[in-house]
Design a protein around this ligand. Structure first.
Ligand SMILES: [Zn+2]
Ligand SMILES: [Zn+2]
Length: 293
């Protein structure tokens, strides 16, 4: 094998690949994997859509080894029963979330988890930690592999210290930017709903997400995927403009509520002597990596 190809291959083997298959109150499903295994965080779109979107991206569903469930709201679990049954996937979910979500899985597929205790799925390490949200037992997740760290942070009422600490460790993050405060304020949602959204157990505003990003992002962060945007109280363009104005060297992507994003290749930007010289935000490396996906 030519030297350069083997370098690219080993590079792909050391990276994480991430995509949002859908993001928003109509369904959430996030893919994080290395070159041999992957996990899904939530399955809030149908199994058929998950299959279709992964196929379009060149991702193999056979690489998905487990699903982790953040909480029981339907936009996070709708596709779960069919997906789990069809592919016999282990589901990492707390008993309370399972009960409140009206879910039931074959005994051998039901796996629980404990806050801050890492779960190993092959070489991927998934760490759950609790969050503020109006669900029975809600969690965020951080997935790490080869010292690369990706966070999935949506459906969060307030950015607590735990979120800040985990955010600091991330090379990439799916971060909720749910609503523009002005749009929510002036919009036609009933008062009780407005109160729920911004009341500390609802969702992160653009402003809260931006503050978290500005104050706690690591120098090595390469990708920020803004997620779970409200259809009525936000606009993708507004969010993109707001964050891009402050992004510096971080690539900002707004995850869609209608379709998958592209697959992003997340790597450490330093491993002397091991990684071929290239800019992590150039397209050719991404395309090369996809052929291995
Ligand atoms: Zn949600
Ligand atoms: Zn929720």
């Amino acid at each position: 094998m030519p030297f350069f190809i083997s370098k690219i291959l080993s590079f792909a083997q050391m990276s994480l690949f991430i995509t949002s298959l859908n993001s928003g109150s109509n369904g959430n499903c996030y893919y994080v994997g290395n070159d041999t295994e992957a996990v899904l965080i939530d399955a809030g779109i149908s199994c058929r859509e998950i299959e279709k979107r992964m196929k379009r991206l060149g991702l193999l569903i056979e690489k998905v080894k487990a699903v982790f469930v953040s909480h029981e709201h339907s936009d996070h679990i709708k596709g779960l029963p069919v997906l789990v049954k069809k592919y016999q996937l282990p589901v990492y979910i707390t008993p309370l979330t399972m009960r409140r979500g009206g879910l039931n899985f074959e005994e051998n597929l039901f796996k629980s988890f404990i806050a801050h205790q890492r779960v190993l799925i092959g070489k991927l390490a998934i760490t759950p930690f609790p969050k503020f949200h109006d669900a029975s037992d809600p969690y965020s997740f951080v997935i790490s592999y080869n010292n690369i760290c990706v966070g999935v942070f949506t459906d969060i009422g307030v950015p607590c210290n735990e979120l800040k600490n985990y955010f600091k460790q991330c090379h990439a993050a799916f971060l909720e930017a749910n609503y523009d405060e002005d749009m929510l304020d002036k919009g036609n949602y009933p008062f009780h709903l407005k109160k729920r959204i911004r009341g500390g157990l609802g969702h992160l505003s653009n402003k809260q997400a931006l503050q978290l990003f500005l104050e706690h992002r690591a120098d090595f962060m390469s990708h920020l995927l803004l997620s779970h945007l409200s259809k009525n109280n936000n606009s993708p363009q507004l969010v993109e403009d707001l964050f891009k104005a402050h992004a510096q060297n971080v690539r900002v992507i707004v995850a869609s509520r209608y379709q998958e994003t592209e697959v992003f290749h997340i790597c450490r930007d330093e491993t002397p002597g091991e990684i071929p010289v290239y800019n992590r935000r150039t397209k050719p490396a991404l395309q090369l990596s996809l052929s291995f996906a």
